[in-house]
Design a protein around this ligand. Structure first.
Ligand code: COA
Ligand code: ZN
Length: 305
């Protein structure tokens, strides 16, 4: 196989992982989690979201989380849906913004109460603002490989969004499989085409493991030439506005697979497992990562011995 020597991971646990959990972590524990992820070598962490607290009550403490995690030497992204979110993220000291929109009108309406065209119009000027304000910026497109309401949006719709937003200065574009429906062949075909057509852009992939295809899709993405991936400590996560959506690919599974394949990530597996131990202790949710399950079983055996 032709694998890259290095892969860059954006850890989305504090945002995607926690946004839909039945239990909300106290703010101090969210800050602690981000510190642990930084200590494990995560260079980019999506720390929170500046969205309506009515839409995502768990992340209503976004400003406190941002302020509490300054100075860690990492890039803390904040997910934002609109210009209001941009202002809040900037005030709170975010280092980067993830601008979110969907490929389909039906999901975009449920998630953001806007059409795709309205979201593009609102988000487009924020690329230039982020550049002026010195913030890293990535555009994140949900439902690129399938939508629970409309099925596969098809390559043309994705290409049109990418083309338009690249024209406004976005250079980092996330292709997101929010409902985990993508298949390796589809990822390979779609992403290869986009990578070839938009050679100046940096694509990143965001997979959920709903159908157990997450890591297979990572391999398909690597084959297509992508070297940036989102993943979530403990494999938590899911979008409350996408029925049936479950966890992201687990960062510890991604790092474990890449480590074993000789691909560097700069992230320390033991540090990630410790962060998942912390989440396991704080939340009732089952940690959704194969690597952590092994780690936990070995620990139980050692205790019993
Ligand atoms: N942060 C905080 N509050 C916000 C906000 C933001 N980014 N954007 C809007 N609001 C507030 C408005 O000020 C207004 O407050 P008020 O009722 O006190 O006057 C209220 O939300 C409604 O504003 P409106 O512009 O009519 O928004 P809406 O009701 O159409 O909701 C979004 C649109 C985008 C704000 C909302 O759907 C949202 O936050 N979605 C995010 C969903 C999400 O995070 N999904 C998971 C990640 S993909
Ligand atoms: Zn997600």
């Amino acid at each position: 196989m032709q694998l890259p020597t290095d892969v860059r991971i954006t850890e989305v646990g504090p945002r995607d992982g926690l946004q839909n959990e039945p239990q909300n972590l106290p703010t101090a524990h969210k800050i602690d989690l981000i510190r642990q992820l930084a200590a494990a070598g995560c260079k980019e962490v999506e720390a929170t979201a500046f969205v309506s607290p009515k839409a995502i009550p768990n992340l209503a403490d976004a400003a406190e989380v941002m302020r509490g995690t300054a100075g860690l030497g990492i890039t803390r992204f904040a997910l934002i849906p609109n210009a209001k979110g941009y202002g809040r993220a900037l005030d709170a000291g975010a280092d980067g913004i993830t601008l979110v929109m969907s490929a389909t009108d039906s999901h975009n309406r449920k998630n953001l109460n806007q059409t795709v065209a309205e979201s593009m119009a609102e988000l487009a000027p924020l690329a230039a603002r982020a550049r002026d304000d010195g913030l890293a910026a990535r555009l994140s497109i949900s439902m690129v490989f399938g939508c629970p309401f409309e099925g596969d949006p098809g390559l043309e719709r994705i290409r049109a969004i990418v083309d338009r937003m690249a024209g406004h200065g976005f250079t980092r574009i996330g292709l997101c499989d929010t409902i985990g429906i993508a298949s390796p062949q589809q990822v390979h075909d779609r992403v290869s085409r986009l990578v070839q057509e938009f050679a100046g852009l940096e694509f990143e992939l965001h997979f959920h493991d709903t159908y157990g295809r997450g890591l297979a899709n990572v391999l398909a993405g690597l084959e297509a030439g992508v070297t940036r991936f989102d993943s979530c400590v403990g494999g938590l996560g899911g979008c409350p506005f996408a029925p049936g959506a479950t966890g992201n690919i687990a960062t510890e599974d991604l790092v474990s697979m890449l480590d074993a394949s000789g691909v560097r990530t700069g992230v320390d597996l033991d540090g990630l497992l410790a962060a998942s131990d912390f989440l396991d202790a704080q939340l009732d949710t089952r940690i959704q990562s194969n690597r952590w399950q092994v780690h936990n079983a070995q620990r139980q055996l050692r205790k019993a011995a």
